[in-house]
Design a binder for this molecule. Structure first.
Ligand SMILES: Cc1ncc(COP(=O)(O)O)c(C=O)c1O
Length: 463
């Protein structure tokens, strides 16, 4: 296996894996091409053929040749309401007719109403919102706010975490994607979070009694807690590993933050809005973070939007002091319309308990599937956020793709999924699923039946 920097970018494809029947576009196609695009998170030439999205409908979408895909990723963990939700589309239309372009420093009735609807859902005294345009921006601004309010410089984050793609967030995230900005930004300190399948401390949950949080406290003492502005965690890590925080972890973390005057930031960009079977990931433990970071499900991806929601003590800080940040498109009218309509839809369709129920169905079936696929080492996650960790074999739990190496396998796996009409995330040794919350049992059955075939293919890959 080669290191990332050594990897030759012309891939060897496993025979048969690219005999695609789906509507993917070869590089030679002149009508729709990637020629003028830099696609994210990829070596460009590897993306040939490119999947071309034509239109979406509920939990499905169709490519330009009419092939149907079951969207097991809600596009990129965001399309929680599924494709083509009329209530959201019509709300955006209505707002577009009324006002598309409004200065971020004035209020509108819709802005005020949407902020009210949002804080009605966020727990505790998370009562005040600062709007931005993406999850990255929201985390970025949350870090600035935390530094200002505490007068401290350090942000602590987990190894195996992701908090966005800006300079200020990519380097805080702890997975290999930070390579473009490593070792920045200054003041970033990482710690080992809970990874129960491969515990960094060689322990087993729950016998470990959350040894990892004790270790974090010891690290903090050495770091000098008076220099730490905030600790940021995802309640369930998204694409950096799919790890749920084990029961009790967040409560202990809240307690540590309180004792040392450190702000707790919950990055709920993925976990917010029902993804884990509760409105927010922190709700499972009834923990109130000082800052909650939101995006994705906030507008179900229909219009870009992020939000930093802060507790009263932080909002109060800025009553008499300058808040020296803001962006042109903050609280964009179309995004506000989409967010308001999404919150109404989550309620009207009762989607949060539905996601919990469907999550139970999904996990039961994935665990059954894992039993007869030796390459599935771990099935983890929460609600409708599921991660399969692929390994060398049942008796060989080494990752299928070793850390910090490059491999054609994730891309081949993605294409094998497309062949079956499935859309999911394959990254390193992880296969991640996060379908729209409107998914029903019949769709889960379809997904599992097709995944079974894809995992047969994984099982027979040469090591
Ligand atoms: C936990 C988490 N935080 C932040 C981000 C960044 O959000 P965005 O891609 O909207 O900038 C992501 C994106 O996937 C995420 O998963």
């Amino acid at each position: 296996m080669l290191l990332v920097s050594e990897y030759p970018h012309n891939l060897t494809i496993v025979p048969g894996s690219l005999a695609l029947t789906c509507g993917v576009l070869m590089a030679t196609d002149t009508t729709i091409s990637r020629e003028h695009f830099l696609l994210p998170w990829t070596v460009q030439e590897r993306e040939d053929p490119v999947l071309v999205f034509e239109r979406g409908e509920g939990v499905y979408f169709f490519d330009h040749e009419g092939k149907r895909y079951l969207d097991l990723l809600a596009q990129i963990f965001n399309c929680n309401l599924g494709h083509g939700n009329r209530h959201v589309i019509e709300a955006i239309h209505r707002q577009a007719e009324k006002a598309c372009c409004v200065s971020p420093s004035v209020l509108t009735k819709e802005r005020a109403e949407m902020a009210q609807a949002l804080v009605d859902k966020t727990p505790g005294d998370l009562n005040t919102c600062f709007f931005v345009n993406s999850g990255s921006e929201a985390d970025d601004q949350a870090f600035i706010i935390a530094r200002m309010v505490t007068g401290r410089k350090k942000i602590m984050s987990k190894y195996r975490s992701y908090h966005g793609t800006t300079y200020g967030t990519l380097g805080v995230g702890g997975d290999p994607r930070r390579m473009a900005v490593d070792p920045g930004p200054p003041g970033t300190v990482r710690f080992f979070g809970p990874y129960c399948y491969r515990c960094d401390f060689g322990m087993t949950y729950p016998d470990c009694q959350l040894h990892c949080i004790d270790a974090l406290e010891r690290q903090l003492e050495l770091e000098n807690p008076a220099t730490v502005a905030a600790i940021v965690v995802e309640p369930v890590t998204g694409a950096a590993g799919g790890f749920p925080l084990p029961d009790g972890y967040l409560t202990r973390l809240r307690d540590i933050c309180d004792r040392y005057g450190i702000l707790l930031i919950a990055d709920e960009v993925i976990t917010g809005f029902g993804r884990t079977g509760a409105w927010f990931g922190v709700d499972h433990e009834k923990v109130v973070p000082d800052i909650m970071v939101l995006a994705k499900g906030l507008t179900s991806g229909y219009v870009p939007m992020g939000a930093v929601v802060v507790r009263d003590h932080i909002a109060d800080y800025f009553e008499s002091r300058m808040l020296p940040i803001g962006s042109t498109y903050a609280a964009h009218p179309l995004a506000c319309a989409a967010a308001q309509a999404c919150i109404e839809e989550y309620e009207r369709q009762n989607l949060i308990p539905h996601a919990k129920r469907m999550g139970e169905v999904l996990f039961k079936k994935l665990r059954e599937l894992a039993e007869h696929h030796p390459r599935v080492g771990d099935v983890r996650g929460k609600g409708l956020l599921a991660c399969l960790e692929l390994v060398q074999g049942k008796d060989d739990p080494r990752p299928l793709v070793p850390a910090n190496t490059d491999s054609p396998i994730p891309m081949q796996l993605r294409r094998r999924l497309w062949e079956e009409g499935l859309f999911a995330l394959a990254r390193a040794s992880l296969l991640m699923l996060a379908p729209p919350l409107i998914i029903e049992e019949e769709h889960i059955n379809e997904a599992v039946e097709k995944l079974d075939k894809v995992l047969d293919w994984v099982d027979q890959l040469s090591p």
